[in-house]
Design a protein around this ligand. Structure first.
Ligand code: UDP
Ligand code: MG
Length: 320
């Protein structure tokens, strides 16, 4: 099979007939063998009944239904697990992404040998203040922090070599940073294609104000995980030890001062009168806490079943 189109959706009943018909038209015109995997993320607007109908009419349309709303990342994850096509394309269900982009995306993966091609909504039809400006900022930061030179990390329209989607695990709200996950998994050839973008035709956006909280937090995790997840001790251990040493030195200083005064038979100020006393206490406590956090994180990452996953890309005659 040439192409799997994975579409996560939540309450998009009005868009689905148009979307699936359009995808089918593009696939027929270009003679692709394909499947569409519609992942219903706990819709309550009758999307699932429609998906069942559509899949009876067209065997290329497959549906997965979640018991409740788990989020776009979960939808993508399950869609990826089911995908059979050599090229996997993701797109939003709301008709903001155009299926006409599929042939060129497919060509970029198969002929130009990209691992991942991300859409770039250069001209974007979304609210300026709530979407466009914040997303410029996130993208700029993500670009700087991850070294991946693309402009639109969170574009719903993306194409992948099959092996990529089978090697990454999209969780939480990490669908915003899939190119980063792909890069961690060792897929380096990440490209970009300017894509058409439309205004939402039916329904409403599913990402409200909480994106302003989750977006930056996820960006932090991305940055932090990319730098330290495999070796947390190098971060926590280093800063923990440094802080502890500062605290210890300061404690020694306070103690020594007291002793010197005592030896000289002078009236020494009380240790608790010195600000260094409190500083040293705090620094030693924080230092050991950091160290401990690093140690626990280290144990945790060593126990992770994923610590050595996906090391191998290709092999010769060795049996799998
Ligand atoms: N979506 C989903 N689960 C959710 C929220 C969104 O599957 O919990 C789907 C949604 O149906 C759409 C895609 O993710 O197909 C992108 O969502 P939306 O268009 O609301 O985001 P926006 O374009 O406003 O960023
Ligand atoms: Mg949308």
């Amino acid at each position: 099979m040439d192409i799997s189109v994975v579409v996560p959706l939540f309450n998009e009943v009005d868009s689905l007939p148009e979307l699936t018909a359009w995808i089918d038209r593009v696939m027929q015109t270009n003679h692709f063998t394909y499947e569409v995997i519609l992942v219903d993320d706990g819709s309550n607007d009758g999307s699932w009944d429609l998906i069942e109908q559509l899949s009876l009419q067209n065997p290329s349309i497959k549906g997965i239904k979640f018991r409740r709303n788990y989020g776009k990342s979960a939808g993508l994850y399950c869609g990826f697990a089911q995908a059979n096509g050599n090229v996997v394309i993701t797109m939003d269900a709301d008709l903001q992404d155009s299926p006409e982009e599929i042939p060129e995306l497919y060509r970029m993966i198969t002929e130009d040998k990209y691992d991942l091609v991300s859409g770039w909504k250069r001209k974007r039809y979304d609210p300026i203040l709530s979407k466009n400006i914040p997303s410029k900022f996130y993208n700029w930061t993500a670009r700087r922090m991850t070294g991946i030179k693309i402009h639109d990390f969170n574009c719903g329209l993306k194409a992948y070599r099959k092996q990529v989607v089978k090697s990454i695990e999209v969780y939480g709200d990490m669908h915003r940073y899939i190119p980063v996950l792909a890069k961690w998994a060792g897929f380096k050839k990440i490209g970009e294609k300017v894509v058409q973008h439309q205004e939402r035709k039916y329904g409403v956006t599913k990402f409200g104000i909480e994106r302003f909280i989750r977006g930056p937090l996820d960006l932090l995790s991305v940055i932090f995980i990319s730098k330290f997840s495999k070796r947390p001790m190098h971060f926590f251990g280093l800063y923990g030890t440094l802080t502890f040493i500062v605290g210890l030195a300061s404690a020694i200083w306070v103690g020594a001062e007291k002793l010197i005064h005592t030896f000289n038979n002078e009236l020494a100020p009380r240790i608790t009168d010195s600000p260094y006393f409190y500083l040293s206490l705090t620094a030693m406590i924080i230092g050991s806490q950091l160290f401990l956090a690093g140690f626990l994180a280290e144990l945790n990452s060593r126990n992770s079943s994923e610590r050595n996953s996906y090391l191998i890309d290709k092999r010769t005659s060795i049996q799998e």
